[in-house]
Design a protein around this ligand. Structure first.
Ligand code: ATP
Ligand code: MG
Length: 428
């Protein structure tokens, strides 16, 4: 029989990786707690219509990348390709918007049927932030700072923040006709994908990875040039705030996001460690989305970062600086105690002892091998635990144990279980 395997683009996280993910997640959770954000969890499966209406039919995500199927009741369902539409749906469904500005974060798997490569999977994971009901330029700066500071807290350096303004729908409409007019005169210089986008989603051409198209676009009219005075002023304010916060940024007039709902501020944070999949975090303002999904006109802004790419960058940072914060995140935590045990009396009691110590919050690795003491000691050393507890038949019968420091100086002591417990609790 052939070996069963994951589907293409679906990736297992093995224990060692999961540990690192948890370390990153706990830094993120703490970061959001300090910033007064609340977590929201939405289902992985939604009506297809949510994404078709929210993200836009002409986007790559909806057009080509969704996992869509009919359920047993013939309803068209889609595994969520991103988080924002679901968060907005949940906020509307449960009336959260009547309770003031919602400062939310989420995390979890997303699904896109893409060609898998480094930093690109079919099931991948995002952590994201959404501020619903936040309209001021100050909220743009705060949301961007939240992403920037989280990445700094994780010890990642050499990141680049690029920002652009996509203006209002009217600004974009004006720019779209200008751009389409300009490109139509040069259509033969465009790559085939971009030629197709000229009619379906011309702004996405700005995002083309094709070298020839990119060269051509250097000469093309820019969105920034098409902004109304009001939009330009708003963008100036955001930039001034970022400067005041000492968050370095670069203006990228060609930055457009892949989802249709963005307007005004759009941004991406990229790393030079990731090759073609350079974007770690992307986000922007989406003032039209909530209304588009049937809610009241409500301003909102958010971002999402890709966990897989983040972990790749953290690995690179850990290698570059083995003492730095990224390296600490990737370190494997050792148990406090390695419990060595052998003998007919000792072995059943060892399990009782392990439960007792664990019940007091101590991390205990229980050796289950019944191997010779010498072998168990070797494993104890390898485990990295600072303490070995040794339980042989003699100790077991006497209701005692031996406690031996595995690192540094210190004498072995023979103690009752109670005394060992209170001693170890202080060593934690
Ligand atoms: P890209 O241009 O790389 O396809 P995107 O614009 O489609 O990215 P967003 O929808 O903005 O990405 O998602 C935010 C982040 O989620 C991305 O910056 C990236 O880090 C991550 N991401 C998106 N798609 C994938 C994927 N298929 N595999 C892994 N991570 C992904
Ligand atoms: Mg994409």
């Amino acid at each position: 029989m052939s070996q069963l395997q994951t589907l293409r683009g679906m990736v297992d996280l093995l224990p060692e990786q999961t540990r690192r993910w948890q370390a990153v997640e706990s830094v993120a959770r703490e970061h959001f707690r300090c910033a007064g954000l609340d977590e929201i969890r939405t289902p992985l499966l939604e009506f297809t219509d949510l994404f078709a209406r929210g993200i836009g039919e002409a986007t790559d995500v909806v057009g080509k990348e969704m996992y869509t199927f009919l359920d047993r009741g013939d309803r068209s369902c889609t595994l969520r390709p991103e988080g924002t539409a679901s968060v907005v749906r949940a906020a509307l469904q449960h009336g959260l918007l009547t309770q003031g500005t919602q400062r939310l974060w989420y995390g979890g798997p997303m699904f896109r049927y893409e060609r898998p490569q480094a930093g690109r999977q079919r099931q991948f994971h995002q952590i994201g932030v959404e501020f619903l009901g936040a309209s001021s330029p100050r909220s743009d700066a705060e949301v961007i700072a939240l992403a920037w500071d989280l990445l700094s807290a994780l010890g990642i350096q050499g990141l680049k923040l690029e920002i652009n303004s996509l203006g209002t729908p009217e600004d974009r409409q004006r720019f779209r006709s200008e751009l389409v007019g300009w490109l139509e005169e040069r259509v033969e210089q465009l790559d085939p994908d971009s030629q197709e986008r000229l009619t379906t989603n011309p702004l996405r051409i700005l995002d083309s990875k094709d070298k020839g198209t990119q060269r051509l676009l250097n000469e093309a009219p820019t969105l920034l040039g098409a902004l109304s005075e009001e939009s330009a002023h708003r963008f100036d304010e955001v930039r001034a705030l970022l400067t005041a916060l000492q968050i370095p940024y670069q203006l990228n007039p060609r930055l457009v996001r892949g989802l249709d709902y963005y307007g005004h501020t759009a941004f991406e944070i990229t790393s030079d460690q990731l090759g073609a999949q350079a974007t770690v975090c992307g986000g922007g303002r989406y003032d039209g989305l909530i209304q588009q999904l049937g809610g009241p006109a409500t301003s909102a802004i958010g971002w999402a970062l890709g966990m897989e790419r983040l972990l790749l960058v953290i690995d690179a940072a850990a290698q570059a600086d083995p003492e730095g914060p990224a390296a600490r995140l990737t370190a494997t935590p050792a148990p406090l105690v390695y419990l060595i045990n052998r003998g007919a009396q000792a072995e059943p009691k060892a399990l009782t002892l392990a439960r007792k110590l664990r019940g007091a919050g101590l991390a205990v690795e229980l050796d289950g091998s019944s191997a010779a003491f010498g072998k168990q000691f070797k494993r104890a050393d390898r485990s990295g635990a600072p303490w070995a507890v040794v339980l042989g038949d003699e100790e077991a019968l006497a209701g005692q144990l031996r406690l031996k420091p595995l690192r540094g100086e210190g004498e072995e002591q023979q103690l009752t279980w109670e005394d060992a417990l209170s001693y170890l609790t202080k060593q934690r």
